[in-house]
Design a protein around this ligand. Structure first.
Ligand code: 1GP
Length: 254
């Protein structure tokens, strides 16, 4: 039933590290997707996350159909809006923007989307979405009309994540925002890891294997990379290798 949530939970228990590539349907040409799919077969990619802040009508469906026709890698919708629900994906992150104080993104949109989600066959993955300042104003802070948690306010981030877990959210997503100048800090990831038991997803500003390595080592269970791979698709090989090397060294230590 909850296949993907179980995989995420197992990643925490077994100290596995998962790698997700974020595909923005508006930017994804077939040529780009083909390249990513080919490279994905040569290295380890665990998930495609698909979604964007603003989407042209039909782009989400088209991208998911294309991925599904060409690869077996699971597709998880990472919705930028309540309309981004499509049955052919495998699962959807049901995001509650718990770092913000915008009621629509805490519960309003969920009410609007509830009937659609209930009728879909998607696995619903309740996720506390926590925006952390990544050094520039990103689309998500602008569109959500919320302020991110300052990068050095680890305590606020930790308490936000604890509250999210206590409210019953199954995953925590620490998000520096697409195109962030700097990713979520290792200190913050380590502290959150020490205080919550849910899987921790980290994204935004992961632009190199070195950064991915540090983020995985700090305690992220699932790492999400978008922009860097959009610009240079070959990077996914090095990033995948860096993430999986942390998993291997964890398993040696066990
Ligand atoms: C996913 O928004 C991120 O959490 C993706 O960020 O595009 O900076 O990799 P980048």
């Amino acid at each position: 039933m909850n296949k993907f949530q179980q995989q995420f939970n197992e990643a925490v228990l077994l100290k596995q590290k998962k790698f997700a590539i974020l595909i923005d349907p508006d930017k994804a040409t077939e040529q780009h997707l083909d390249k990513i799919i080919r490279l994905s077969n040569e290295s380890v990619i665990d998930y495609f996350f698909v979604g964007g802040s603003i989407l042209v009508n039909g782009a989400l469906e088209k991208t998911i159909d294309y991925l599904k026709s060409k690869t077996k890698i699971p597709v998880i919708i990472f919705p930028g809006a309540q309309t981004q629900v499509y049955n052919k994906a495998d699962a959807i992150l049901l995001l509650s923007l718990i770092s913000g104080r915008n009621p629509e993104l805490l519960i309003g949109n969920h009410v609007q989307a509830a009937a659609n989600l209930k009728n879909s066959k998607l696995e619903i993955m309740p996720t506390g979405y926590v925006l952390i300042d990544g050094g520039i104003e990103t689309s998500v802070t602008y569109i959500s009309n919320t302020r991110p948690i300052p990068a050095n306010k680890t305590e606020i981030a930790v308490m936000t994540c604890i509250a999210g877990e206590m409210l019953g959210l199954k995953n925590i997503y620490l998000e520096a925002g697409s195109g962030a100048k700097f990713p979520v800090s290792e200190t913050m990831i380590k502290e959150v890891r020490a205080q919550v038991n849910t899987p921790i997803i980290v994204g935004g500003g992961i632009t190199s294997p070195e950064i991915a390595f540090k983020i995985a080592q700090a305690g992220a269970d699932i790492l999400v990379v978008g922009n860097a791979i959009e610009k240079e698709s070959n990077l996914l090989i090095g990033i995948s290798e860096a993430i999986k090397s942390v998993e291997r060294s964890n398993n040696l230590i066990k």
